[in-house]
Design a protein around this ligand. Structure first.
Ligand code: TRP
Length: 352
């Protein structure tokens, strides 16, 4: 029965195309979960506003991500797929929830500090940030929307009474805050209204997808991404240019981070015996990074090219896209309206 399935909710911010990190870190999980859970996936366009996207591009970006969701295998028959801004109940509940969120805890959130630090051009990580933020009265890049990002995210989740929220490691702190806000709301109003949602991983580890620049994870702001929409030529070029090192000088040398990153990517896309072949070649110093990269590009293309074809198809089908999100919004608003009505009542707001 539908009702007995656990509720899964997740979203991706509408900023830029989806890359291999999104695909292996999030989308693949979404697709795997769609058969066993009551899944709701959305495009977070309100969250995107916190970093001031070009208004002439935002809507196109929402469409890109929708097309990418669908092309990666999310089935609108099995899931609810919607756009955050189509659900006005979320914005109202965000206002209500903000009454129970402390400015201090928001200012200590890692994602806020990061963005504020970048916006203000400061490098220190101590008290200075807070002083700078308060001292700088007109920097709209450190805006209240950015500060209350975690409130909005908590509402995204709580409005569905979600049980599971499949997200990457970088979102763990936001999820922790969501649970904290839920507990606080419950104890303030002496209710057990909200449950505590948790992350979801298959197996016991979150997948971390490295970038091509030698260190760290693949990320939109790092400029080290392979996008699902990359064409063959672009993709090959990116992989061939990936950072490596001078090569192993003696047998069984430890693998440097840049090279290990390429192996990690390979483990995601290549057959195990292919990975083993190159690892062995590294160990006995016969490896040629050019060959490794060619193979890696080939195997990435096997994953991304079919998705790319579907993205292009779906992206051109406005009628289909709007049908999907219209239905998604209708179904989401049913749940959202119920939660919002309960929250208003719990908080004492009543209709005449
Ligand atoms: N903050 C998430 C990100 O940047 C996007 C997001 C917004 C989200 N609301 C959410 C993810 C609710 C999961 C659940 O990736």
């Amino acid at each position: 029965m539908e009702k007995e399935k656990k509720i899964v909710l997740s979203g991706i911010r509408a900023t830029g195309n989806l890359h291999l990190g999104n695909y292996f870190g999030a989308l693949q999980k979404f697709v795997k979960m769609q058969n066993d859970y009551d899944c709701r996936y959305f495009v977070a366009d309100l969250h995107a506003l916190t970093t001031h996207p070009d208004p002439t591009k935002l809507h196109e970006n929402v469409k890109d991500i929708l097309a990418e969701y669908l092309a990666a295998g999310l089935d609108p028959e099995k899931n609810i797929i919607y756009v955050q801004s189509d659900i006005p109940e979320i914005s109202e509940m965000y206002l209500l929830m903000n009454m129970h969120v402390g400015i201090g805890e928001l200012m200590r959130t890692a994602s806020f500090k990061d963005k504020a630090r970048k916006a203000l051009g400061i490098h220190s990580d101590s008290d200075e940030i807070e002083k700078e933020i308060i001292g700088n009265q007109t920097n709209q890049r450190v805006n209240a929307g950015l500060l209350t990002y975690p409130t909005l995210m908590a509402v995204d989740i709580l409005i569905h009474h979600a049980d599971f929220v499949p997200v990457g490691k970088d979102q763990e702190q936001h999820l922790e805050l969501t649970r904290r806000f839920a507990r606080r709301f419950n104890s303030f109003y002496k209710t057990e209204y909200f449950g505590e949602p948790v992350n979801f991983n298959f197996g016991d580890h979150a997948i971390k997808v490295p970038g091509l620049d030698g260190s760290g994870k693949m990320g939109k702001s790092e400029g080290n991404c392979i996008y699902l929409i990359d064409d063959e030529k672009t993709l090959r070029k990116k992989v061939m240019r990936a950072v490596t090192d001078e090569g192993p000088k003696e047998p069984n040398s430890p693998v440097s981070e840049p090279v290990n990153n390429l192996f990690t990517l390979m483990e995601l896309v290549s057959e195990p015996d292919v990975v083993k072949h190159y690892r062995d070649a590294y160990a006995d110093c016969s490896i040629r990074y050019g060959d490794l990269k060619k193979q890696l590009a080939e195997d990435i293309l096997k994953v991304t090219l079919p998705i790319r074809e579907r993205i292009l198809d779906i992206r051109n089908n406005d009628e289909y896209l709007s049908r999907v999100v219209r239905e998604g919004a209708e179904r989401t608003r049913e749940y959202a309206a119920r939660t919002l009505a309960d929250v208003r009542e719990i908080m004492g707001i009543k209709k005449f």
